[in-house]
Write a protein that binds this ligand. Structure first.
Ligand SMILES: *Cc1c(COP(=O)(O)O)cnc(C)c1O
Length: 397
């Protein structure tokens, strides 16, 4: 992570194809295209790579989550269970549909605690959103069986874990719908972009139409198409898709580099008794985009994080003090700071969040450091970085 570190000739060639024929839109203009359909080609690469029947590209990962929920019929007044530790996009995508985000604790997988999920289910719950944070995953078998038992949709936000697997299944393909982001800092980037994947044909058809103003995409005259239901514009452009098409073919190469770099750093830290690693559920394999570990307490984590920064160890995040990824700093959500009136259902639903504490989530996030694994490091850079990190931690604990 991130894929832009290794941009090269293949990205340039795909973009040049689009510029050469001049069709920047993914739909229509058949005669002008010279056979180039970058978005369609990327969708078929996604289907093959993630072993699913359908993929729908959209304009961002946040859009992907909204489109996935909408495609499954989640909307006004419905509750969607999500973790306290995730990017703000998770609740944004839920609120956009008029649905209510219900925040629940994480466990040491760094995503949904299945027991907390089950305890939060009400007669308004429609979906559970597991966010595969920092390259790894939740306890998917448990979450799946809870969803089955209570007849809920399982939506997988795999934006940070593309290429990871659970029991040999690609992350994103395990829930009813899976979401990816191809924003500029993700493992595979389009600049901006996202995708919904699913094996459910009806959800796919919904996603296809909904993300393009409700267009049914039948025939070859866009103006004559019909609109079976209302939609929105979450289209990706051909230019963005072209970059992603080059990048997705390089996923195995990127994952290989991440794994190698990850293991060097993990090895260096594993001899320190005070360091423990995040739990990866049995049968799971991370995408190695981040190395996550726990220190004994908040104070140690804060000191190590500060020392890392001053010693040039960049991109190691202490999410407890971060504005964007943990509920503790989401005052704009908990205090309902909206530009426009929120629905009475959302106002009521969010009331319970005001002043609410999450001591179990704090227990994990306070002690966790999450270090980005870069693709562009040389072998020497990784080794000296790993040694420096180990030294700082040993001197602090
Ligand atoms: C990046 C990210 C998103 C949102 O993706 P964008 O393409 O930036 O909108 C959603 N969820 C998670 C977990 C992310 O990391």
């Amino acid at each position: 992570m991130p894929g832009f570190e290794l941009f090269g000739d293949s990205e340039r060639k795909e973009v040049q194809d689009v510029l050469d024929n001049g069709v920047l839109m993914r739909y229509g203009f058949d005669a002008m295209r010279n056979g180039h359909w970058k978005a369609k080609a990327l969708e078929s690469e996604l289907q093959n790579t993630f072993k699913v029947n359908h993929a729908q590209l959209v304009s961002s990962g946040t859009a992907a989550v909204s489109v996935a929920l909408a495609s499954a019929g989640v909307g006004a007044g419905d509750e969607v269970i999500m973790p306290t530790f995730t990017f703000v996009a998770s609740f944004e995508a839920i609120l956009m549909l008029g649905a209510i985000p219900v925040l629940v604790d994480i466990d040491d997988t760094l995503t949904l605690d299945p027991k907390a999920v089950e305890a939060a289910i009400t007669d308004k719950t429609k979906a559970v959103m597991v966010v595969q944070m920092c390259g790894s995953m939740g306890s998917m078998d448990e979450l799946k069986s809870i969803c089955k038992k209570h007849n809920l949709h399982l939506v997988e936000d795999a934006c940070q874990a593309i290429g990871g697997t659970y029991k040999n299944k690609p992350l994103g393909s395990i829930g009813d719908l899976g979401c990816f982001s191809f924003d500029f800092v993700k493992t595979i980037t389009c600049g901006e972009g996202g995708a919904v994947i699913t094996n459910n044909k009806q959800y796919y058809t919904h996603a296809d139409h909904y993300s393009d103003h409700g267009h049914d995409h039948a025939g070859s005259d866009r103006g004559a198409e019909t609109h079976p239901f209302m939609g929105y514009n979450f289209r990706i452009s051909e230019l963005h898709a072209a970059v992603g098409l080059a990048q997705i073919k390089r996923l195995p190469e990127f994952l290989g580099i991440q794994k190698k770099n990850f293991n060097i750093i993990r090895e260096a830290l594993s001899g320190i008794p005070e360091v423990t690693f995040r739990t990866v559920p049995e049968g799971g394999e991370e995408n190695y985009g981040f190395l996550n570990f726990y220190l004994p307490d908040l104070e140690t984590a804060r000191t190590v994080s500060k020392e890392f920064k001053s010693e040039g160890i960049d991109a190691c995040f202490h999410y407890f003090d971060n504005n964007w990824h943990y509920v503790r700093k989401w005052q704009h959500l908990t205090e309902q700071k909206s530009l426009y009136p929120l629905s009475p259902q959302i106002e009521e639903g969010l009331k319970t969040l005001k002043g609410k504490e999450f001591p179990v989530s704090d227990h994990y996030i306070a002690r966790n450091l999450s270090c980005l694994i870069k693709l562009s490091w040389t072998a020497d850079e990784v080794k000296s970085r790993a040694a420096k990190m180990a030294k700082i931690i040993k001197e602090t604990v």
